[in-house]
Write a new protein. Structure first.
Length: 288
C-alpha cells in the first residue's frame, strides 16, 4: 500500500515548485520534505522527481500524481456518505486559459463552489498547452482547445470563444491605412499573450503571411486589453471580453469580418468521482 503522506509531499513539491516552499505549505522543514520524497523513491525503487535542469515529475511521479488527484476526489465523495470522517473542503487543481477565467468561468462554477465549499487552485495555461499539465499529473482537470482525451480521461466539448484582431481607430489609421497587408503586418506591433500563444500566427496565416512581425508579450488578459486600448498594439481578443469596447468604438478590427473561433474542451479523469461529474454538468450548460 502507498503511504499517502509521501504522495501528499510529492504533490505539494510539484505544485509549489520546490522543497522549501513545499515545507512552508506542509509545516515541515525542507529536510523533512526531502526525506519523504526519498522514502517514496526507495519504496518504488526509482526516482519520482527530476531535479535538473528544472524540478519536474518523472514518468513514475506523473502516474503517482494522477493517482493521488483521483484518490482525493473519491475520498471527498466518501465523506459525503460517511459524515463521521474528517470533513475537509475539497480542493480542485485545474488548468484553465486566462481568457475563460476573466469572462465566463466564475459564473459557471459559482454554484458548486458556494453549495459544496469547493476550493479552487487554478493554474493559468494557454488553451493550446493546458492538457500537458493534466498529462503530467499536476491537475485534476483542464480546459483547453484539444479535443483528444488522454488515456484514462474523458473530454466534453463546451463551445467556442470568438477572437477578433482589435486596436484603436487611431492605431488602425496609422498602421493599417490600406487594410491588412503584408507590409502592415511587418511593421505594426502586435500583442501576444505568451510564447505558446499561436492565435496571432493563425490570424496572420489567414492572409498568407508567415514572416516575422514585431510584438509585445503580455501574459495578462486584462493587461492585454489595456495595452490595445492605449494604442500600443493590436491583438486577438475574445468578443466576450472586448464586446463593450467594440460597441463604443474604442476598439475596432484591423481586418473587419475576420476572426478566429477557438473551441474549448473540458478534460477530466474518468474515475474522478461525483464532484467532478457535477462540475462537468454545470460547465456543459455554458455556451461560450
Amino acid at each position: 500500500m502507498l503511504d499517502y503522506k509521501l504522495l501528499h509531499a510529492l504533490a505539494t513539491v510539484v505544485e509549489c515548485g520546490g522543497f522549501e516552499r513545499a515545507g512552508d505549505e506542509l509545516g515541515l522543514s525542507q529536510s523533512a520534505v526531502s526525506q519523504r520524497i526519498k522514502a517514496l523513491e526507495i519504496r518504488l525503487g526509482q526516482p519520482v522527481l527530476v531535479r535538473h535542469p528544472h524540478l519536474a515529475p518523472t514518468p513514475a511521479g506523473q502516474r503517482l500524481l494522477t493517482h493521488y488527484q483521483q484518490v482525493q476526489l473519491l475520498e471527498r465523495d466518501l465523506r459525503g456518505s460517511l459524515p463521521t470522517l474528517d470533513d475537509q473542503s475539497p480542493r480542485l487543481r485545474i488548468a484553465i486559459n486566462a481568457d475563460s477565467l476573466v469572462t465566463w468561468w466564475a459564473e459557471a462554477v459559482a454554484s458548486i463552489c458556494q453549495a459544496e465549499g469547493v476550493l479552487l487552485d487554478l493554474v493559468i495555461e494557454d488553451q493550446d498547452v493546458g492538457l500537458k499539465r493534466m498529462r503530467d499529473g499536476d491537475v485534476a482537470a483542464c480546459l483547453c482547445a484539444t479535443p483528444q482525451p488522454i488515456a484514462g480521461a474523458r473530454c466534453v466539448a463546451l463551445g467556442e470563444m470568438r477572437y477578433h484582431p482589435l486596436a484603436t481607430p487611431a492605431y488602425i489609421k496609422r498602421y493599417f491605412p490600406e487594410g491588412p497587408t503584408a507590409e502592415s503586418f511587418q511593421r505594426a506591433p502586435a500583442i501576444v499573450f505568451g510564447p505558446h500563444d499561436q492565435l496571432q500566427h493563425r490570424f496572420l496565416a489567414l492572409f498568407d503571411f508567415h514572416g516575422h512581425f514585431p510584438y509585445h508579450l503580455c501574459p495578462s488578459s486584462e493587461g492585454f486589453v489595456r495595452l490595445a486600448a492605449a494604442g500600443i498594439g493590436y491583438g486577438m481578443m475574445p468578443q466576450l471580453q472586448a464586446g463593450e469596447l467594440m460597441k463604443s468604438g474604442q476598439l475596432a478590427s484591423v481586418a473587419p469580418g475576420n476572426y478566429l473561433s477557438v473551441p474549448l474542451y473540458w478534460h477530466f479523469w474518468r474515475h474522478s468521482g461525483d464532484l467532478i461529474q457535477r462540475l462537468t454538468n454545470d460547465l456543459s450548460r455554458i455556451i461560450c
